[in-house]
Design a protein. Sequence first.
Length: 146
Amino acid sequence: MTDRLALLESVFQRECRSLAQYLAESGLWTHRGDRAAQELVRSIMADERRWAEQLYSLIEQRGGVPRPGSYPTAFTDMNLHFVSLDFMLLRLADFLDHEIAAIRSDLSAAANDAALRSLLEAMLERKGGQVTALRNQASTLTAKAS
């Protein structure tokens, strides 16, 4: 049970302190032409908050204490305050690719935990679609700018 709780806490921290959540707090510069990209990024932020809430509940149900932790120093070192949404789309897609790899690894560790496995599978499927959508939006905005 302790290993599963540690896994839950790790996934919880990743969702709470993801790049999308950091960007939500740091402020993105946007313009009218990127409305679809804005909606996509807001959707990603909302999904991560919802998953964090579900993970929070699982941690509490199992006797743990959810701790979101701090944002990675890499985010502050990159000075991502008030950057443009256009600039961040591909970076966010790359970050989600790393998250997908971590979730795949988590799935093998959660083999005997049906609730966590179900949540991770849903996250994996949704994040895969988000990566594709982010890359498509980046291409669309680049084409509009040309």
